[in-house]
Design a protein around this ligand. Structure first.
Ligand code: T3D
Length: 276
């Protein structure tokens, strides 16, 4: 993808989820900067629709999730009527909010048909930190941070956090992050293996764009199968995992991308992958 490829807006500029496309890269921008892009029911609804639309559009080969303004997202909007206590202090069903909104979002990202990059432009807190960490590649600006804010309000990590954090950084660090709820700077997040890359703020936009273009040019069907097979292997012993690898390789070995990859290698030319 050349640097001059045009970015096409696919939503109104004031949508809660701003949608744009550049080449084969679809970008979804969480767009409630006045409340640090925290999630309301309405924003969840727009995100679900935007994810469905991108999944169905065969021109999309990589998805980028990012935030407008100085935050990636501050998690659940704590003043949204779905969650905020009533005027007399009546409590709402928090479990229902998680089941209705965050469970489908986490599972959608786990099963997404193209690779997903989280471009963490600023603080990512609460469920949004874990939604970002569930993406396939997490790139953060150096000024960004990750905050497991839950213990501050008497909750546990959600958005997949209890499953993901110990797997990414081990039990000791996962418990430290979750219990102490301290902001983890992006640089430290990269150092401990929580994210793929931390980049200087000045280079952030260009790094995300180049990475997304590169991912879109790779055999995305195989990349998605890699994610799925690695996730499944976590619940298997080695014997089951190597058999599963054989099963997936058999499937990919009959796909057009494999033929193209081998043909291009033999001909000493760049491969052009098209499968999805
Ligand atoms: O019941 C449930 O919550 C169930 C759902 C669970 C899933 C979750 O995500 S739980 C975790 C929810 N999120 C949080 O607890 C994070 C709350 N926010 C913060 O801790 C801080 O805002 C940040 C560390 C993210 C950023 O701090 P700072 O100092 O840079 O910004 P700020 O001044 O705190 O926030 C700026 C504005 O955004 C402010 O509004 P104002 O005063 O300018 O009108 C603030 O109220 C608003 N804001 C930030 N986070 C949220 C929020 N508004 C609503 N909900 C938020 N989560």
């Amino acid at each position: 993808m050349s640097d001059t490829a045009e970015t096409r807006p696919l939503s109104p500029a004031d949508a809660l989820i701003r949608i744009s496309q550049r080449g084969a890269v679809r970008t979804l921008t969480l767009n409630r900067p006045q409340a640090l892009n925290s999630f309301t029911a309405a924003m969840h609804g727009e995100l679900r629709a935007a994810l469905d639309a991108a999944a169905q559009d065969q021109t999309v080969r990589c998805l980028v999730l990012t935030g407008e303004g100085r935050a990636f997202s501050a998690g659940q909007d704590l003043s949204d009527p779905i969650i905020a206590p009533g005027p007399g202090g009546e409590l709402k069903d928090v479990g229902k909010v998680i089941e209705d909104h965050y469970v489908p979002l986490a599972l959608r990202l786990r099963d997404y048909p193209v690779p997903v990059i989280a471009a963490v432009n600023g603080v990512a807190a609460g469920a949004s930190a874990n939604i970002a960490l569930l993406c396939d590649l997490v790139v953060a600006a150096r000024s960004a941070s990750f905050l497991q804010a839950f213990s501050k309000i008497g909750l546990i990590p959600d958005g997949g956090g209890t499953w993901l954090l110990p797997r990414l950084v081990g039990r000791a660090r996962a418990l430290g992050l979750a219990m102490l709820a301290e902001k983890l700077p992006a640089e430290e997040a990269q150092r401990m293996g929580l994210i793929w890359q931390c980049v200087d703020d000045a280079a952030f936009a260009q790094t995300v764009q180049s990475l997304a273009d590169r991912v879109a040019s790779l055999p995305v069907k195989a990349l998605v199968a890699t994610r799925r097979t690695m996730d499944a292997a976590g619940a298997m012993d080695l014997e089951a995992a190597v058999h599963e690898e054989a099963r997936v390789q058999r499937e990919l070995g009959y796909a057009a991308d494999y033929l193209e990859g081998v043909t291009a290698f033999t001909a000493k030319r760049a491969a052009v992958f098209r499968d999805r």
